[in-house]
Design a protein around this ligand. Structure first.
Ligand SMILES: *[C@@H]1O[C@H](CO)[C@@H](O)[C@H](O)[C@H]1NC(C)=O
Length: 535
């Protein structure tokens, strides 16, 4: 049947009108979708800064602690004020470890050597509280690479240098990339060396507990001023030994004292108690039940760690202000807890639910977002031949990893968004680290929250960085470039529109192939989830 164009249009319009009034637009003819976020209607850098201030201020935000509960309530208030959003939450229990009320992580620890007190940078998170008196024992320095055993460490306070042995050259970081922004020449011959990629501390704390050590002191290779009240590690494993971090100068003092056979008194005062915390989920319906899920976390310690929450709020407010006709897929925003407590990580729980329900829950793409818009800090030599190095802002952006699983349409959308928003220092990549073809997925890390979804074979693209400032609150707000944050947030929003034309099955195809390989016997990589108590 061939009708004149104008008549066809009239019939269509009439049908659309009838349907729209009958079923409130659900069956309305699809409207052309915007392809990008309209930056003129989007939160300003100053508004992002205001929200980051609200989220990241006030001291250590331990999941389940008093301050973090206030932050979760703040998020809930913000989300409730956005029209059209449905809120739900998942509450769960955990054992919290945090400094005594009103104290910083620096005040939570102490060291005395030969009767004189020695400044520390911070208590080692989750290390065993000693009470105010502390424990006194002989010092022993064990160089990196020397295992901590009962023979060399029982009954002693072990002094260690922070160990960067598995640091990666930038060249290797770039190997699995699809593309990068072409502005990495100043670092290409260097290594990506950051405390966040020096995980030997975890093994040390466990080994020291097993060996019957009296305590652990880990020395940074920078002055303590940069790392005051830095929070590490975040496994959420209660250790069997107390521990503190010191700066490079105090480390040198302790090594000399160990050579003399001196003893040290090590103090950690912390409260360990059962509590609860919550993930918040905000859902904004689109025309289709297919869902794009943005994910971040709400607990943290610096202006870097949980600043993604401000980006997600800005995106949600923007999407909620659009007419339904501009939102093809449903949007969900997960503000999860427990990231400073990986043994009870809210995103671990959430990602399991998503992965288990993948056949029916309509989740089409997950977009985890963390540690946005950080400013690059590098080590430079200290004046006068002093040990270790200073830290300096380089004036450039910290490298951002934008991991994208095996999804051609999403890679294209991410690359287009990176170009459109002129992002700097961004690596669009298959994963963090080199591939392991013996498992699915072949790239086993997205360097953060993204790993939970990706390794459970949920279609994932994740933005993250891991700067020197990540765990160190002393850098304050200066660690974040809010104009850069705005550009990155716009790009994250653009991806929603950029994949709108791709069918769910096409987005999922690469992960579906992984799931078939798994079902045919290829081992699925299993992310390590630490225990809440040290063995
Ligand atoms: C997924 O979408 C279908 C419709 O396509 C709907 O019936 C179902 O309830 C949705 N599942 C969830 C968990 O929302």
């Amino acid at each position: 049947m061939s009708l004149p164009h104008s008549l066809r249009w009239t019939i269509c319009a009439a049908i659309a009108l009838v349907c729209a009034s009958a079923v409130r637009g659900i069956l309305a003819a699809p409207q052309p979708q915007a392809l990008t976020i309209d930056a003129s209607k989007f939160a300003s850098a100053a508004e992002l800064e205001r929200d980051v201030d609200a989220i990241c201020s006030g001291g250590l935000r331990m999941p389940g602690g008093k301050l973090h509960k206030q932050k979760v309530a703040w998020f809930e208030g913000q989300l409730k004020a956005i029209p059209g959003v449905t809120l739900s939450s998942h509450e769960y229990g955990l054992t919290s470890w945090e400094p005594l009320e009103g104290q910083t992580l620096e005040q939570a620890g102490g060291l005395r050597v030969d009767g004189a007190s020695l400044d520390i940078a911070s208590a080692i998170a989750y290390s065993k509280p000693t009470g105010a008196k502390g424990v006194t024992a002989p010092l022993v320095f064990l160089p990196s690479g020397t295992p901590i055993t009962a023979d060399n460490a029982a009954g002693k306070v072990v002094v260690r240098d922070i160990d960067y042995s598995n640091v990666l050259p930038y060249g290797v970081v770039l190997v699995p990339s699809y593309s990068n922004t072409g502005d990495f020449t100043s670092v290409l011959l260097k290594s990506y060396k950051r405390p966040a990629t020096a995980p030997q501390l975890l093994a040390d704390m466990l080994a020291a507990g097993t060996a019957g050590a009296a305590g652990v002191v880990t020395a940074y290779d920078v002055p303590r001023s940069y790392m005051r009240s830095a929070f590490t590690p975040h496994d959420g494993t209660m250790y069997r030994v107390p521990g503190v971090f010191v700066g490079v100068d105090e480390g040198a003092t302790l090594k000399a004292a160990a050579r003399r056979g001196a003893s040290a008194t090590l103090r950690v005062e912390a409260q360990v108690y059962r509590t609860t915390t919550r993930n918040l989920y905000a859902t904004l319906p689109g025309q289709s039940p297919e869902t794009v899920v943005y994910v971040t976390h709400t607990d943290g310690v610096s202006y870097v760690q949980e600043n993604g929450g401000a980006a997600l709020l800005a995106l949600l407010r923007y999407f909620a202000a659009l007419p339904l006709s501009q939102r093809g897929r449903t949007l969900q925003f997960a503000f999860n807890s427990g990231h400073l407590h990986l043994s009870r990580e809210g995103t671990d729980f959430f990602s399991r639910t998503v992965a288990d329900g993948l056949a029916s829950n309509n989740v089409t793409l997950v977009v985890p977002v963390e540690h946005m818009a950080t400013r690059e800090v590098e080590q430079v030599a200290r004046a006068g031949g002093q040990p270790g190095s200073e830290l300096r802002y380089t004036g450039k952006g910290e490298a951002m990893l934008w991991c994208v699983g095996p999804m051609r349409a999403v890679v294209g959308a991410v690359q287009a968004a990176v170009a459109r928003r002129r992002l700097d220092r961004t690596i669009v990549t298959r994963g963090a680290g080199l591939p392991n073809p013996a498992v699915v997925p072949m790239y086993t890390s997205f360097a953060g929250l993204g790993s939970y979804f990706h390794t459970r074979l949920v279609p994932t693209t994740a933005l993250i960085s891991g700067p020197w400032t990540l765990w160190a609150p002393s850098w304050g707000k200066g660690a974040v470039d809010f104009a850069r944050m705005r550009a990155q947030t716009l790009a994250l929003g653009d991806v929603y529109f950029g994949v709108a034309g791709a069918a769910k099955a096409d987005i999922d195809a690469g992960y579906a192939a992984y799931r078939r390989q798994r079902d045919a016997g290829t081992p699925q990589f299993e992310l390590f989830v630490p225990p809440e108590s040290a063995p």
